[in-house]
Write a protein that binds this ligand. Structure first.
Ligand code: HEC
Ligand code: HEC
Ligand code: HEC
Ligand code: HEC
Length: 108
C-alpha cells in the first residue's frame, strides 16, 4: 500500500473518532450527541439511585472487573459516575484519586 493511501486512511480514522472533536465538552453532552439522554437515562429522566445509569455504562464499556487496574480495584465498590460524573467531567479528563484516598496515590 502506498504511503499516500496510508496517510489518507490514517487521517480518516482521526476524523471519524468522536473523541477527537469533543475535548471541551462534558461526558453527558458528548454521549447525548451519539444516543440522546436515553443512552444513559430511562425515558431521558435520571433515576433516584443511579443504578440504571451504571448498568447503561457497563452495557457499552464493560464492567469495572474487565477494565484497567484503576478500575479493577473498585469492582463492587464504586459506580462509573463516582469518578466520571458525566455532567461535571469533560471528555479526556482523567479522574483523580484524592477525593477519596488521602495517601497521595495516583492513577496507574
Ligand atoms: C453518559 C451518560 C449520561 C448522559 C448521556 C446523560 N446523563 Fe444525565 N446523569 C448521568 C448520571 C450518571 C447522573 C447522576 C449524577 C451524576 O453523577 O452526574 C446524571 C444526572 C442527571 C440529572 C440530575 C441532576 C444532576 O445533574 O445531578 C439530570 C437532570 C440529568 N442527568 C439530565 C440529563 C439530560 C437532560 C441529558 C441529555 C441532554 C442527560 N442527562 C444525559 C448520566 C448521563
Ligand atoms: C476510581 C475511579 C474510576 C472509576 C470508578 C471508573 N473510572 Fe474510568 N477511568 C479512571 C481513570 C483514572 C482513568 C484513566 C486511566 C485509566 O484508563 O485507567 C479512566 C479511564 C476511563 C476511560 C478511557 C480509557 C481510554 O481509552 O483512555 C473510559 C472509557 C472509562 N474510564 C470508563 C469507565 C466506566 C465505563 C466505568 C464504570 C464501569 C469507569 N470508567 C469507572 C477512573 C475511574
Ligand atoms: C450507548 C453506549 C454508551 C453508553 C451507555 C455509555 N458510553 Fe461512554 N462512550 C461510548 C462511546 C462510543 C465512546 C467514544 C469511544 C470511546 O472513547 O470509547 C464513549 C466514551 C466514554 C469515555 C471516554 C471519553 C474520552 O475521554 O475520550 C468515558 C470516560 C465514558 N464514555 C464514560 C461513560 C460513563 C461513565 C457512562 C455511564 C454513565 C457511559 N460512558 C455510558 C459509549 C457509551
Ligand atoms: C469516589 C471515591 C474513590 C475514588 C475517586 C478513588 N477510590 Fe480507590 N477506593 C475507594 C473505595 C471506597 C475503596 C474500597 C475501600 C478501601 O479499601 O479503601 C477503594 C479501594 C482502592 C484500592 C484497593 C484497596 C487499597 O486501598 O489499596 C486501590 C488500589 C484504589 N482504591 C486505588 C485508587 C486509585 C489509583 C484512584 C485514582 C485513580 C482511586 N482509587 C480513586 C474509593 C475511591
Amino acid at each position: 500500500m502506498s504511503n499516500k493511501l496510508l496517510s489518507i486512511l490514517f487521517g480518516a480514522a482521526i476524523a471519524l473518532s468522536p473523541a477527537a472533536f469533543a475535548a471541551d465538552e462534558n461526558l453527558a453532552d458528548f454521549h447525548a450527541e451519539m444516543g440522546g439522554c436515553e443512552s444513559c437515562h430511562a425515558n431521558g429522566e435520571p433515576s433516584a439511585d443511579g443504578a440504571f445509569e451504571f448498568q447503561q455504562c457497563q452495557s457499552c464499556h464493560g464492567s469495572l472487573a474487565e477494565m484497567s487496574a484503576n478500575h479493577k480495584a473498585h469492582d463492587g465498590v464504586l459506580t462509573c459516575a463516582d469518578c466520571h460524573a458525566p455532567h461535571d467531567m469533560n471528555v479526556g479528563q482523567k479522574p483523580t484519586c484524592d477525593a477519596c484516598h488521602d495517601d497521595g496515590r495516583k492513577a496507574q
